[in-house]
Ligand binder design. Structure first.
Ligand code: FES
Ligand code: FES
Length: 156
């Protein structure tokens, strides 16, 4: 039985040629490549700590096979900071104090980034922002500041 595959994928605009076990999750592959912002929380699609963008769509990378990312562009929070400058969303999280222990933060920032890109030009309500982040759990329960951060980033 063939259980390995050669794939090429891009992570934060850097190309990788990989020989991967077809059963391996994108989360595990990214962490092995050094993208440790991608957190292993629940491992079953419940917490969102492993959220990354695949071709600009937010996915739970623990449930997403690495082979499905063949030929695609993956974004993790490491790539959002450019030339030493935080992205607008990262900056807004800092300004609003939307980080406590920080375990959920990389996944949340990627969900916020995808949410804001999808809602380009719109001003969603706080309820819509909350619904748009329903797949991300924060065990420190900093939800109000997280919503403040998204509103702040949208204003910018
Ligand atoms: S680790 Fe992927 S959703 Fe929790
Ligand atoms: S800041 Fe601790 S889990 Fe969200």
């Amino acid at each position: 039985m063939i259980n390995r595959m050669d794939i090429s994928l891009s992570v934060n605009s850097r190309t990788y040629e990989l020989d991967v076990d077809v059963r391996k999750s994108l989360m595990d592959v990214l962490r092995e490549l050094g993208y440790t912002s991608v957190k292993h929380g629940c491992g079953v699609g419940e917490c969102g700590a492993c959220t990354v963008l695949v071709d600009d769509i937010a996915v739970d990378s623990c449930l997403y096979l690495a082979v499905w990312a063949k030929g695609k562009n993956v974004r993790t929070v490491e790539g959002e900071c450019r030339d030493g400058k935080l992205s607008v969303v990262q900056e807004a999280y800092v300004e609003e104090g939307a980080v406590q222990c920080g375990f959920c933060t990389p996944g949340l920032i990627m969900s916020s980034t995808s949410f804001i890109e999808k809602n380009d030009g719109r001003h969603p309500s706080r309820e819509e922002i909350a619904k748009g982040h329903a797949g991300n759990l924060c065990r420190c329960t900093g939800y109000q500041t997280i919503i403040n951060a998204v509103e702040n980033a949208i204003k910018k």
